[in-house]
Design a binder for this molecule. Structure first.
Ligand SMILES: *Cc1c(COP(=O)(O)O)cnc(C)c1O
Length: 353
Protein backbone atom coordinates (compact mmCIF):
# COMPACT_ATOMS: atom_id res chain seq x y z
CA UNK A 1 0.00 0.00 0.00
CA UNK A 2 1.24 3.42 -0.94
CA UNK A 3 1.49 5.74 2.02
CA UNK A 4 2.10 9.12 0.47
CA UNK A 5 1.84 12.54 2.11
CA UNK A 6 1.02 15.36 -0.27
CA UNK A 7 1.87 18.98 0.49
CA UNK A 8 0.70 21.29 -2.25
CA UNK A 9 2.44 24.47 -3.23
CA UNK A 10 0.81 27.76 -2.27
CA UNK A 11 2.53 29.53 -5.14
CA UNK A 12 1.96 27.60 -8.39
CA UNK A 13 4.21 28.72 -11.22
CA UNK A 14 3.11 30.24 -14.47
CA UNK A 15 3.32 27.50 -17.13
CA UNK A 16 5.30 28.46 -20.24
CA UNK A 17 3.19 29.19 -23.32
CA UNK A 18 5.42 27.22 -25.65
CA UNK A 19 7.79 24.49 -24.52
CA UNK A 20 11.23 24.59 -26.12
CA UNK A 21 14.65 23.34 -25.05
CA UNK A 22 15.56 20.85 -22.38
CA UNK A 23 15.83 20.83 -18.62
CA UNK A 24 15.39 24.46 -17.59
CA UNK A 25 11.72 24.56 -16.53
CA UNK A 26 10.50 22.47 -13.61
CA UNK A 27 7.01 21.68 -12.36
CA UNK A 28 5.48 22.74 -9.02
CA UNK A 29 6.06 19.54 -7.05
CA UNK A 30 8.61 16.79 -6.58
CA UNK A 31 8.66 13.37 -4.99
CA UNK A 32 10.98 12.92 -2.00
CA UNK A 33 11.83 9.85 0.05
CA UNK A 34 14.34 9.32 2.87
CA UNK A 35 16.63 6.47 3.81
CA UNK A 36 18.13 5.84 7.21
CA UNK A 37 19.89 2.73 8.43
CA UNK A 38 17.21 1.97 11.06
CA UNK A 39 14.09 2.77 9.00
CA UNK A 40 15.20 1.84 5.49
CA UNK A 41 13.47 3.82 2.72
CA UNK A 42 10.55 5.70 4.31
CA UNK A 43 8.41 8.81 4.25
CA UNK A 44 7.65 9.02 0.53
CA UNK A 45 6.01 12.36 -0.06
CA UNK A 46 5.07 14.89 -2.70
CA UNK A 47 6.07 18.42 -1.80
CA UNK A 48 6.60 21.79 -3.45
CA UNK A 49 9.63 21.92 -5.78
CA UNK A 50 12.22 23.82 -3.81
CA UNK A 51 15.92 24.19 -2.99
CA UNK A 52 17.50 21.36 -1.02
CA UNK A 53 18.87 21.82 2.47
CA UNK A 54 22.08 19.77 2.71
CA UNK A 55 24.86 19.74 5.23
CA UNK A 56 27.99 20.99 3.39
CA UNK A 57 29.70 17.75 4.45
CA UNK A 58 27.02 15.58 2.80
CA UNK A 59 28.86 12.63 1.25
CA UNK A 60 27.41 13.09 -2.22
CA UNK A 61 29.04 16.52 -2.53
CA UNK A 62 32.51 15.12 -1.93
CA UNK A 63 32.70 11.58 -3.23
CA UNK A 64 30.00 11.49 -5.85
CA UNK A 65 27.85 8.77 -4.32
CA UNK A 66 24.80 9.35 -6.45
CA UNK A 67 22.75 7.75 -9.24
CA UNK A 68 20.01 8.92 -11.57
CA UNK A 69 17.50 7.90 -14.22
CA UNK A 70 15.78 9.56 -17.16
CA UNK A 71 12.43 8.79 -18.76
CA UNK A 72 9.48 10.67 -20.18
CA UNK A 73 5.69 11.00 -19.93
CA UNK A 74 3.91 11.44 -23.25
CA UNK A 75 0.55 13.07 -24.04
CA UNK A 76 -1.52 11.11 -26.58
CA UNK A 77 -3.79 12.65 -29.19
CA UNK A 78 -6.75 11.76 -26.97
CA UNK A 79 -5.19 13.77 -24.16
CA UNK A 80 -4.18 10.77 -22.03
CA UNK A 81 -0.76 10.52 -20.41
CA UNK A 82 1.50 7.48 -20.69
CA UNK A 83 4.97 6.23 -19.79
CA UNK A 84 7.37 4.05 -21.78
CA UNK A 85 8.91 1.09 -19.90
CA UNK A 86 9.11 2.94 -16.54
CA UNK A 87 9.62 -0.27 -14.56
CA UNK A 88 12.84 -0.86 -16.51
CA UNK A 89 14.12 2.52 -15.38
CA UNK A 90 13.57 1.66 -11.72
CA UNK A 91 15.13 -1.77 -12.18
CA UNK A 92 18.17 -0.08 -13.73
CA UNK A 93 18.18 2.47 -10.90
CA UNK A 94 18.56 -0.43 -8.49
CA UNK A 95 21.43 -1.91 -10.49
CA UNK A 96 23.13 1.48 -10.43
CA UNK A 97 22.50 1.72 -6.67
CA UNK A 98 24.16 -1.64 -6.13
CA UNK A 99 27.32 -0.51 -7.89
CA UNK A 100 27.82 2.52 -5.65
CA UNK A 101 26.55 0.98 -2.39
CA UNK A 102 23.22 2.82 -2.25
CA UNK A 103 20.33 0.81 -0.75
CA UNK A 104 17.88 -0.39 -3.40
CA UNK A 105 14.32 0.89 -3.68
CA UNK A 106 11.01 -0.98 -4.00
CA UNK A 107 10.28 -0.83 -7.72
CA UNK A 108 6.49 -1.17 -7.39
CA UNK A 109 6.34 1.50 -4.73
CA UNK A 110 8.44 3.86 -6.84
CA UNK A 111 6.21 3.32 -9.83
CA UNK A 112 3.09 4.07 -7.78
CA UNK A 113 4.71 7.16 -6.31
CA UNK A 114 5.73 8.39 -9.76
CA UNK A 115 2.20 7.90 -11.09
CA UNK A 116 0.82 9.96 -8.19
CA UNK A 117 3.36 12.71 -8.86
CA UNK A 118 2.42 12.85 -12.54
CA UNK A 119 -1.30 12.85 -11.69
CA UNK A 120 -0.67 15.86 -9.45
CA UNK A 121 1.32 17.56 -12.24
CA UNK A 122 -0.82 16.40 -15.17
CA UNK A 123 -1.38 19.91 -16.50
CA UNK A 124 2.39 20.23 -16.97
CA UNK A 125 2.51 17.43 -19.56
CA UNK A 126 2.70 19.43 -22.81
CA UNK A 127 0.62 18.49 -25.83
CA UNK A 128 2.38 20.07 -28.80
CA UNK A 129 3.84 17.64 -31.32
CA UNK A 130 7.01 15.99 -30.07
CA UNK A 131 6.99 17.54 -26.59
CA UNK A 132 6.99 15.51 -23.38
CA UNK A 133 7.47 15.67 -19.64
CA UNK A 134 11.00 14.59 -18.76
CA UNK A 135 11.23 12.63 -15.51
CA UNK A 136 14.45 12.67 -13.51
CA UNK A 137 14.67 10.34 -10.50
CA UNK A 138 17.93 10.58 -8.55
CA UNK A 139 19.42 9.50 -5.25
CA UNK A 140 22.09 11.30 -3.26
CA UNK A 141 24.02 10.41 -0.11
CA UNK A 142 22.98 13.00 2.47
CA UNK A 143 24.82 11.82 5.57
CA UNK A 144 26.99 14.58 7.08
CA UNK A 145 30.33 12.82 7.19
CA UNK A 146 33.66 13.35 5.49
CA UNK A 147 35.08 9.85 5.86
CA UNK A 148 35.15 7.57 2.84
CA UNK A 149 32.63 4.75 3.18
CA UNK A 150 29.04 4.24 1.99
CA UNK A 151 26.76 6.80 3.63
CA UNK A 152 24.10 5.79 6.14
CA UNK A 153 21.54 8.33 4.97
CA UNK A 154 20.16 9.01 1.49
CA UNK A 155 17.42 10.94 -0.20
CA UNK A 156 15.61 10.07 -3.38
CA UNK A 157 13.98 12.75 -5.52
CA UNK A 158 11.91 12.74 -8.65
CA UNK A 159 11.72 16.06 -10.46
CA UNK A 160 9.78 16.79 -13.66
CA UNK A 161 10.58 19.09 -16.56
CA UNK A 162 8.43 19.79 -19.63
CA UNK A 163 10.71 19.55 -22.66
CA UNK A 164 10.43 20.67 -26.26
CA UNK A 165 10.46 18.53 -29.38
CA UNK A 166 13.95 17.15 -30.00
CA UNK A 167 13.46 17.37 -33.75
CA UNK A 168 11.49 20.43 -34.79
CA UNK A 169 11.65 19.46 -38.47
CA UNK A 170 12.51 15.82 -39.14
CA UNK A 171 15.52 13.77 -38.03
CA UNK A 172 18.63 15.90 -38.06
CA UNK A 173 21.92 14.01 -38.55
CA UNK A 174 24.67 14.91 -36.06
CA UNK A 175 28.45 14.93 -36.43
CA UNK A 176 30.48 12.81 -34.06
CA UNK A 177 34.15 12.71 -33.19
CA UNK A 178 35.74 9.39 -32.21
CA UNK A 179 37.58 10.15 -28.96
CA UNK A 180 41.21 9.03 -29.03
CA UNK A 181 42.65 10.66 -25.93
CA UNK A 182 40.19 10.42 -23.04
CA UNK A 183 38.24 7.37 -21.86
CA UNK A 184 34.79 7.32 -20.29
CA UNK A 185 34.83 3.99 -18.52
CA UNK A 186 36.53 0.62 -18.29
CA UNK A 187 35.18 -2.79 -17.49
CA UNK A 188 34.90 -3.09 -13.73
CA UNK A 189 34.40 0.68 -13.36
CA UNK A 190 31.15 2.65 -13.28
CA UNK A 191 30.34 2.66 -16.99
CA UNK A 192 27.40 0.27 -16.85
CA UNK A 193 25.76 2.14 -13.96
CA UNK A 194 23.91 5.42 -14.42
CA UNK A 195 26.04 7.34 -11.95
CA UNK A 196 26.70 11.04 -11.85
CA UNK A 197 30.45 10.41 -11.93
CA UNK A 198 30.33 8.98 -15.47
CA UNK A 199 29.27 12.34 -16.73
CA UNK A 200 32.03 14.18 -14.90
CA UNK A 201 34.48 11.90 -16.73
CA UNK A 202 32.98 12.80 -20.10
CA UNK A 203 32.75 16.59 -19.97
CA UNK A 204 36.22 17.61 -21.09
CA UNK A 205 36.14 15.42 -24.19
CA UNK A 206 32.71 16.82 -24.97
CA UNK A 207 33.96 20.42 -24.69
CA UNK A 208 36.98 19.75 -26.91
CA UNK A 209 34.83 18.01 -29.52
CA UNK A 210 32.44 20.99 -29.56
CA UNK A 211 35.39 23.32 -30.15
CA UNK A 212 36.26 21.25 -33.22
CA UNK A 213 32.70 21.51 -34.50
CA UNK A 214 31.36 18.11 -33.44
CA UNK A 215 28.24 17.72 -31.35
CA UNK A 216 29.26 14.60 -29.39
CA UNK A 217 32.06 12.08 -28.95
CA UNK A 218 32.06 8.36 -29.65
CA UNK A 219 33.92 6.49 -26.94
CA UNK A 220 36.27 3.62 -27.62
CA UNK A 221 37.16 0.94 -25.06
CA UNK A 222 39.54 2.18 -22.40
CA UNK A 223 42.09 -0.62 -22.74
CA UNK A 224 42.87 -1.12 -26.42
CA UNK A 225 41.18 2.05 -27.76
CA UNK A 226 39.96 -0.11 -30.55
CA UNK A 227 36.40 -1.26 -29.90
CA UNK A 228 33.36 0.98 -29.98
CA UNK A 229 31.48 1.63 -26.76
CA UNK A 230 28.83 4.35 -26.92
CA UNK A 231 28.20 8.05 -27.31
CA UNK A 232 27.92 9.01 -23.65
CA UNK A 233 24.24 9.89 -23.56
CA UNK A 234 23.31 7.39 -26.23
CA UNK A 235 24.13 3.87 -27.32
CA UNK A 236 25.17 3.40 -30.93
CA UNK A 237 24.17 1.22 -33.88
CA UNK A 238 25.82 0.68 -37.27
CA UNK A 239 23.93 -0.71 -40.23
CA UNK A 240 26.46 -2.59 -42.34
CA UNK A 241 25.39 -4.57 -45.37
CA UNK A 242 21.81 -4.88 -44.12
CA UNK A 243 22.73 -5.93 -40.59
CA UNK A 244 22.38 -3.62 -37.59
CA UNK A 245 25.37 -4.05 -35.29
CA UNK A 246 25.55 -2.60 -31.79
CA UNK A 247 28.33 -3.14 -29.25
CA UNK A 248 27.52 -5.95 -26.80
CA UNK A 249 26.99 -4.97 -23.16
CA UNK A 250 30.49 -5.65 -21.94
CA UNK A 251 30.52 -4.13 -18.46
CA UNK A 252 31.50 -0.59 -19.41
CA UNK A 253 28.54 0.37 -21.62
CA UNK A 254 25.30 1.73 -20.20
CA UNK A 255 22.45 -0.72 -20.95
CA UNK A 256 20.06 1.71 -22.62
CA UNK A 257 16.36 0.99 -22.62
CA UNK A 258 16.06 2.55 -26.09
CA UNK A 259 18.88 0.27 -27.25
CA UNK A 260 16.99 -2.73 -25.90
CA UNK A 261 13.76 -1.56 -27.55
CA UNK A 262 15.54 -1.13 -30.90
CA UNK A 263 16.95 -4.66 -30.74
CA UNK A 264 13.55 -6.15 -29.91
CA UNK A 265 11.79 -4.20 -32.66
CA UNK A 266 14.39 -5.15 -35.29
CA UNK A 267 14.05 -8.83 -34.32
CA UNK A 268 10.28 -8.55 -34.69
CA UNK A 269 10.71 -6.94 -38.11
CA UNK A 270 13.12 -9.67 -39.17
CA UNK A 271 15.97 -7.19 -39.66
CA UNK A 272 19.29 -8.87 -38.85
CA UNK A 273 20.71 -7.42 -35.63
CA UNK A 274 23.91 -8.35 -33.82
CA UNK A 275 25.21 -7.45 -30.38
CA UNK A 276 28.94 -7.95 -30.58
CA UNK A 277 32.32 -6.34 -30.37
CA UNK A 278 32.79 -3.93 -33.23
CA UNK A 279 36.06 -2.13 -33.87
CA UNK A 280 36.45 1.37 -35.19
CA UNK A 281 38.58 -0.11 -38.00
CA UNK A 282 35.66 -2.26 -39.11
CA UNK A 283 33.44 0.82 -39.26
CA UNK A 284 35.99 2.89 -41.18
CA UNK A 285 36.57 0.03 -43.65
CA UNK A 286 32.82 -0.38 -44.16
CA UNK A 287 32.58 3.39 -44.65
CA UNK A 288 35.21 3.24 -47.37
CA UNK A 289 33.97 0.18 -49.23
CA UNK A 290 30.38 1.36 -49.32
CA UNK A 291 28.81 -1.24 -47.02
CA UNK A 292 28.22 1.19 -44.14
CA UNK A 293 24.61 2.23 -44.68
CA UNK A 294 23.64 4.04 -41.48
CA UNK A 295 24.90 5.03 -38.04
CA UNK A 296 22.47 6.08 -35.35
CA UNK A 297 22.46 6.72 -31.62
CA UNK A 298 19.67 5.49 -29.34
CA UNK A 299 18.55 7.14 -26.10
CA UNK A 300 15.51 8.51 -24.31
CA UNK A 301 16.15 12.17 -25.22
CA UNK A 302 16.33 11.91 -29.01
CA UNK A 303 15.04 8.31 -29.37
CA UNK A 304 17.03 7.88 -32.61
CA UNK A 305 19.83 10.22 -33.59
CA UNK A 306 21.26 9.61 -37.06
CA UNK A 307 24.95 10.34 -37.54
CA UNK A 308 25.78 12.29 -40.69
CA UNK A 309 29.52 12.59 -40.11
CA UNK A 310 31.98 10.47 -38.15
CA UNK A 311 35.58 11.57 -37.71
CA UNK A 312 38.40 9.29 -36.52
CA UNK A 313 41.73 11.06 -36.74
CA UNK A 314 42.17 11.99 -40.39
CA UNK A 315 39.46 9.62 -41.56
CA UNK A 316 36.08 11.24 -42.13
CA UNK A 317 32.98 9.30 -43.05
CA UNK A 318 29.83 11.02 -44.19
CA UNK A 319 26.44 9.38 -44.51
CA UNK A 320 23.41 10.96 -46.10
CA UNK A 321 20.99 8.11 -46.10
CA UNK A 322 18.21 8.89 -43.65
CA UNK A 323 15.18 9.09 -45.92
CA UNK A 324 11.85 7.26 -45.64
CA UNK A 325 13.44 3.86 -46.27
CA UNK A 326 16.13 4.19 -43.61
CA UNK A 327 16.11 1.94 -40.58
CA UNK A 328 16.80 5.02 -38.44
CA UNK A 329 13.65 6.82 -39.56
CA UNK A 330 11.50 3.69 -39.42
CA UNK A 331 12.64 2.99 -35.86
CA UNK A 332 12.08 6.61 -34.88
CA UNK A 333 8.55 6.62 -36.26
CA UNK A 334 7.72 3.27 -34.71
CA UNK A 335 9.06 3.99 -31.21
CA UNK A 336 7.60 7.51 -31.01
CA UNK A 337 4.38 6.04 -32.45
CA UNK A 338 4.15 3.69 -29.48
CA UNK A 339 5.16 6.38 -26.99
CA UNK A 340 2.51 8.85 -28.18
CA UNK A 341 -0.18 6.18 -28.61
CA UNK A 342 -0.38 6.37 -32.41
CA UNK A 343 0.80 2.78 -32.87
CA UNK A 344 -0.48 -0.26 -30.98
CA UNK A 345 1.99 -1.37 -28.32
CA UNK A 346 2.56 -5.05 -29.05
CA UNK A 347 5.38 -5.30 -26.54
CA UNK A 348 3.55 -4.30 -23.36
CA UNK A 349 5.88 -1.32 -22.90
CA UNK A 350 3.29 1.37 -22.19
CA UNK A 351 2.01 2.24 -18.72
CA UNK A 352 -1.06 4.47 -18.86
CA UNK A 353 -1.66 6.99 -16.12
C1 LIG B 1 21.00 7.05 -20.02
C2 LIG B 1 22.14 6.73 -20.90
C3 LIG B 1 21.99 6.14 -22.17
C4 LIG B 1 20.64 5.90 -22.83
O1 LIG B 1 19.78 5.08 -22.10
P1 LIG B 1 18.22 5.07 -22.39
O2 LIG B 1 17.67 4.18 -21.33
O3 LIG B 1 18.04 4.54 -23.74
O4 LIG B 1 17.77 6.49 -22.27
C5 LIG B 1 23.13 5.79 -22.86
N1 LIG B 1 24.36 6.01 -22.36
C6 LIG B 1 24.54 6.60 -21.15
C7 LIG B 1 25.91 6.80 -20.65
C8 LIG B 1 23.44 6.98 -20.38
O5 LIG B 1 23.64 7.56 -19.20
Amino acid sequence: MLDLTITKTKTPKEKPQKITGFGTVFTDHMLVMDYSADKGWHNMRLEPYNNLALDPSACTLHYGQGVFEGLKAYRTQEGDIQLFRPRDNFLRLNRSCQRVCIPEVDVDLMLEGLLELIRLEKDWVPDEEGTSLYIRPFIIATEAFLGVRPAKEYRLYIILSPVGAYYAEGLKPVSILVEQHYVRAVKGGLGEAKTMANYAASLLAQVEAKEKGYSQVLWLDGVERKYIEEVGTMNICFKINGTVVTPALNGSILPGITRDSVIKILRKWGTPVEERKISIDEVITAGKNGTLEEIFGTGTAAVISPVGKLAYGDEIITIDNYGEDSTALKLYNYITGIQYGRIIDEFGWIVKI
